[in-house]
Design a binder for this molecule. Structure first.
Ligand SMILES: Nc1ncnc2c1ncn2[C@@H]1O[C@H](COP(=O)(O)OP(=O)(O)OP(=O)(O)O)[C@@H](O)[C@H]1O
Ligand SMILES: [Mg+2]
Length: 502
């Protein structure tokens, strides 16, 4: 059993508490789901349950004891954050070694766990070289080998494709049958996931604002919109798009990129493994290309090639201005830009305001503070609150929002968005859709890499499908969704996504 009584938590450099007198009880054997807007305190709650943070005020009782916390298994959003060992076998053994389990017993447990999670064949593989889905399964196995009575899953499926999500669902169902007393806390931003649980707890600024069956909470659509659990596109309100006036003239030499073309592009890894073969397409400013495919099919690699951050092994990536003259790669920075899967990898400055100001200043056309504030607003971040914050201490969704602002502040012509809605609350998803449309209207070209069927359906004009064997098919959005085999790589489109026309 987990009992939070009036728990208040404040991070060291923050004035306002992140959790305020939070009270919540979760019984043995219960599975609950937790949702809430970006920054509402979900991950902080999870870290307190796992014993990684200690609250300043209030009482946390876990399985009857406030002093001797029970082992809690925790799965983070990004499995890379929890991989510690070199090989899969060592990764699974790591927690047991720390507990000083005798060698013979440890070997037995590791073998049994590798088999139970169907990762025996990966035993000697390097953890760094696993695919996202494999990593997720290894992470779950290395947590479950300790047989924790409590399991906390903090958005574990953000980077999984449909196959990976189904596997996680099956694993969890098996785990629950085998451990009926297990307490499961699942944090998610997806209403479809929440609906699979008997109980949904909603956090808002560190306070529980709803605790009920999911269907009853979702029935109050206005409440869900206010709390970041749902979005509405048709209100007509624009989220601070004032800062988004895309420059009509580029900085510097004045060459404007109007299209990017892949001409028979192939890309091999250094070990010779082919990732992409014979890819050809053209994206013009003002159009939106949806890039989809199973995990490991090379979508992010293609995104990096489009931004000029990787060079093709053969073929060419060509940029042209609106009169068809080619634009040399040295004129690309700032005009072609990308927002990649892990936003924190793009941050390197001490404050959020500096992150947003850096790109334009580096390109020789700095923004005044008012424009910087407009880009905060565009991403749905309160400029006053976030300007001086260290980007690395932001919540998952806040980091992604900051990355949007930092990339768009350069006012690029072509942008690659790699899994842009991952980690965003539903308000953020709605905001991204409106932003995508506004950018296309301002003649910005977008490549959107996503597993989210709703995003592809609402935004893309055309879809490039990578099948995982290096080859690709290009089709209209309608053709893509009409082909069941292709459409299976993205999440099902909900009726809300189809009511809005492009
Ligand atoms: N190390 C830290 N130092 C200061 N503030 C922090 C730190 N970690 C988180 N915060 C702040 O605490 C608040 C709650 O963060 P938390 O990560 O718990 O949110 P969350 O609900 O998990 O959000 P998300 O949906 O974006 O993952 C946010 O405003 C965040 O900026
Ligand atoms: Mg979080």
């Amino acid at each position: 059993m987990i009992k939070f009584e009036n728990v208040t938590y404040r991070y060291r450099d923050r004035d306002d508490p992140v959790l305020s007198a939070l009270t919540l009880t979760i019984e043995e054997g219960e599975s609950i789901c937790m949702m809430g807007a970006n920054g509402s305190g979900k991950s902080t709650f999870a870290r307190i349950v796992a014993g990684l943070l200690t609250p300043a005020r209030g009482r946390v009782v876990i399985n009857g004891s406030a002093e001797h916390p029970q082992p809690v298994g925790m799965l983070f959003q990004n499995p890379d954050n929890q991989m510690v060992a070199v090989t899969v076998e060592k990764e699974v053994a790591f927690g047991l070694e720390n507990l000083g389990i005798p060698l013979v017993e440890m070997k037995r447990l590791v073998n049994e766990t590798l088999q139970r999670f169907r990762i025996d064949h990966l035993r000697q593989r390097l953890t760094a070289e696993l695919s996202g889905g494999e990593k997720q399964r290894v992470a779950l196995a290395s947590v479950m080998v300790l047989n924790p009575p409590i399991l906390v899953l903090d958005e574990p499926d953000s980077f999984l494709d449909e196959n990976g999500k189904a596997t996680l669902r099956e694993e969890m169902a098996r785990i629950k049958v085998a451990n009926p007393r297990l307490v499961e806390i699942r944090i998610t931003q997806y209403p479809v996931v929440a609906r699979m649980y008997p109980r949904l707890v909603v956090l808002d600024r560190g306070v529980v604002v709803a605790d009920d069956q999911p269907s009853r909470i979702f029935a109050d659509h206005d409440f869900c919109i206010r709390k970041g659990l749902a979005y509405r596109l048709s209100t007509g309100e624009q989220p601070g798009f004032a800062g988004l006036e895309m420059r009509s003239k580029p900085p510097g030499k004045g060459v404007e990129v109007d299209s990017v073309s892949f001409r028979n592009v192939a890309f091999n890894h250094r070990n010779g493994n082919a990732v992409l073969e014979n890819i050809s397409f053209t994206l013009k400013a003002g159009n939106i290309l949806g890039l989809v495919g199973p995990s490991g099919s090379g979508k992010s690699t293609l995104g990096l090639l489009a931004c000029g951050l990787l060079r093709p092994s053969s073929g060419a990536v060509v940029y042209e201005d609106c009169s068809g003259r080619s634009v040399p790669p040295e004129d690309i920075p700032g005009r072609v830009s990308g927002l990649f899967q892990l936003p924190e990898r793009q941050f390197f400055l001490p404050t959020c305001a500096e992150e947003i100001a850096f790109g334009p200043r580096n390109l020789g056309c700095p923004h005044d503070p008012k424009t910087v504030a407009a880009f905060f607003a565009l991403a749905g971040l309160d400029a006053e609150k976030f300007s001086g914050r260290d980007p690395f201490t932001l919540s998952g969704g806040e980091k992604r929002r900051l990355a949007f602002a930092a990339v768009l502040s350069m006012q690029p012509r072509l942008v690659v968005f790699d899994e842009p809605t991952c980690g965003l609350d539903q308000e953020g998803v709605g905001r991204f859709i409106r932003l995508g449309r506004a950018l296309a209207n301002m003649r910005v070209g977008l490549i959107i890499i996503s597993h989210d069927g709703g995003i592809i359906h609402t935004l893309a004009d055309r879809v490039l499908y990578l099948d995982g064997d290096g080859s690709s098919i290009q089709m209209s959005c309608r053709e893509f969704f009409a082909d069941a085999r292709c459409a299976a790589v993205v999440s099902p489109v909900s009726p809300e996504d189809t009511t809005e026309q492009k």
